[in-house]
Design a protein around this ligand. Structure first.
Ligand code: ADE
Length: 235
């Protein structure tokens, strides 16, 4: 799978792409993540201007449609496979595990990261990306949102996680509508807090039943909306 990330700040991704799971997935050829600096598609030198004030007034600057369309078209030409286009904005459809699972079936995804007050509306009118938000809060730009999406999608790709089942058991995945049960490791006792006996007994049936019950209790206490489907705004 390939991601093309269009951004004014490609360096934000440096550490993220060179650590841990992502680095390994890239090295093993399971995912290819290319960054494209929007500023490379500005026409005026030396300023390489990519933004301007909104018509009609108002605060901040907008990313310009001409620069953005030039950049996206050039990125599209790098591959024969058409990319699924996603524009990161707090006004978008809410990202969730279901969307991550759906994206993980794509060969190519292009992520357009907004900055300042976002993109000129004509970017959406012309390029027709899916507008996606990672939650009801405002970030300084789409880069962190792009990393959230990449992170949640890459771990779903076959071969990325050591144990193929571990993403199926994740909270919110299609295979599991409940929050995850609590987990413990050594030491068995710390500051008077003990690991539940059932986990130490080796009775796998009892362990599975305990975990299922704990998942249900946790979900009822913290996210009862998941039990009655209320959280499925994207259905
Ligand atoms: N850009 C700024 N805030 C955002 C959000 N919540 N989701 C996606 N992109 C954003």
């Amino acid at each position: 799978m390939r991601f093309d990330v269009v951004t004014l700040f490609p360096a934000i991704f440096d550490g993220y792409l060179t650590q841990s799971l992502l680095e390994k997935a890239i090295q093993r050829g399971l995912v290819d993540i290319q960054r494209h600096d929007l500023r490379d598609w500005a026409q005026d030198t030396p300023h390489r201007k990519v933004d301007d004030r909104p018509f009609g007034g108002g605060p901040g600057m907008l990313l310009q449609v001409d620069v953005t369309v030039r950049c996206v078209n050039a990125v599209d030409e790098l591959s024969l496979t058409p990319a699924r286009r996603i524009l990161l904005t707090p006004q978008g459809k809410r990202f969730d595990q279901r969307m991550a699972e759906d994206l993980a079936t794509s060969d190519r995804v292009m992520l357009l990261c907004g900055r300042y007050e976002g993109f000129d509306q004509r970017v959406t009118d012309i390029l027709e990306p899916e507008e996606v938000s990672i939650g009801d809060f405002v970030l300084n730009g789409g880069e962190v949102a792009a990393m959230v999406i990449i992170d949640s999608v890459v771990r779903l790709l076959p071969g990325v996680l050591g144990d193929e089942n571990s993403s199926v058991q994740d909270s919110f995945s299609r295979g599991n509508r409940l929050l995850e049960y609590p987990q413990y490791t050594r030491p068995r006792e710390f500051q008077g807090h003990c690991v539940p006996d059932v986990l130490l007994g080796g009775d796998h049936g009892a362990i599975a039943a305990w975990r299922e019950k704990q998942s249900r209790i946790r979900t009822e206490q913290r996210r009862s909306d998941l039990l009655d489907g209320r959280s499925d705004q994207n259905d």
